[in-house]
Structure formats: structure tokens, C-alpha cells
Design a protein around this ligand. Structure first.
Ligand code: NI
Length: 176
């Protein structure tokens, strides 16, 4: 099932802390994860967090290939449940966007490397280390679970400008 993606300013869930997942290995959890991948691929994204599909859960999916690996690229479907960033290292700056804020991309500085501890759908703990795009994607998605959008990493001036543009689009009925 492809979920409808919630857009910024249309639903307060995007700025709320998500709740930890407490039941693992269930058909329901598996179906949510499958649908989130389906939704992310159909929107041509590399990451999607549960609040973006109106589910207040600490759960996100990532595939840095967007489901279409280029030659030599290894596709990896990553599911992070109740994740915690346990280590960050270095810095990288690159253009970042968000499926909940389509059409807006801005440079964001984040750690170059990140180590995350999370649970899988069965409830098993694992650690994953990411560099470059994977580190960026994990940090962006985990931000979502804490109600933080990439706009928070921009200057107040830039953030307000984007907010104003979105409000205009909302009024014009072009942001639903
Ligand atoms: Ni996002």
C-alpha cells in the first residue's frame, strides 16, 4: 500500500516526538514497513520516517539507491526502529530535501559518519555505521522521529523564507 505523505505545515505530527515501537514481529509492523518502502520508492526518495505517513512511531526506512541501484552500487534496504545515534564524526555539507517539503532543497551540514543503534522488525538490536549519504539519510530520518525537520538546520532567515513560500502555496491550493 502506498501511503499519502504528510506535508510540512499541513499536519503537526511532523513536529512531534514519535512514540517507541513496543510490539515486534507482528504482521502489522511488517505491513507498515513494506508500505513505507513502497511509498518511499514511488516518491523517489532515499528515506522515509513514520510521522511522514501520519504514524507517530519511531520507525524509518532508508535505501540510498532509491530502489534503483546504479552499476556497482549495492542496494540495501534499512529499517531503523527506536533508533539512537550513538556516535558522530566529522562534517559534510550537501544539498538536502525532504518528501514532506517537496521542491525545496538547501545545503545542510551534518556529521560525515554516524553510528546508529536500533531494533529490527523482530526486535533484535543491531548497530549500523554510515558514511556520506547513508550518514546524512540516517540523521535526517532520525531527526524526523524527534519532530525535527531539515529546515531546523538552516538559518532563521532561510527557514522563514521557505515557510512564507509554503504558506503562499497553501493559500493557492497547491500544497495538499
Ligand atoms: Ni524528510
Amino acid at each position: 500500500m502506498v501511503y499519502r505523505i504528510v506535508k510540512y505545515l499541513n499536519n503537526p505530527i511532523l513536529e512531534q516526538q514519535a512514540s517507541p515501537v513496543s510490539e515486534f514481529g507482528t504482521t502489522e509492523l511488517r505491513e507498515i514497513v513494506d508500505s513505507m518502502f513502497e511509498t518511499m520508492y514511488s516518491a523517489r526518495g532515499v528515506g522515509l520516517a513514520a510521522p511522514q505517513v501520519n504514524l507517530g512511531l519511531q520507525l524509518c526506512v532508508i535505501d540510498t539507491t532509491g530502489g534503483e541501484p546504479e552499476e556497482g552500487e549495492v542496494q540495501r534496504k534499512i529499517v531503523l526502529i527506536n533508533p539512537q545515534v550513538i556516535h558522530k564524526e566529522g562534517k559534510q555539507t550537501g544539498e538536502e530535501g525532504c518528501l514532506s517539503i517537496p521542491g525545496f532543497r538547501e545545503p545542510v551540514t551534518r556529521a560525515k559518519k554516524a553510528v546508529v543503534r536500533a531494533l529490527d522488525v523482530e526486535g533484535n538490536t543491531f548497530e549500523i555505521e554510515g558514511e556520506d549519504l547513508l550518514a546524512r539519510a540516517m540523521l535526517h530520518e532520525i531527526d524526523h522521529l524527534n519532530g525535527v525537520l531539515f529546515l531546523s538546520h538552516l538559518s532563521v532567515l532561510k527557514r522563514d523564507l521557505i515557510k512564507r513560500k509554503i504558506k503562499k502555496l497553501q493559500k493557492a491550493g497547491e500544497w495538499d
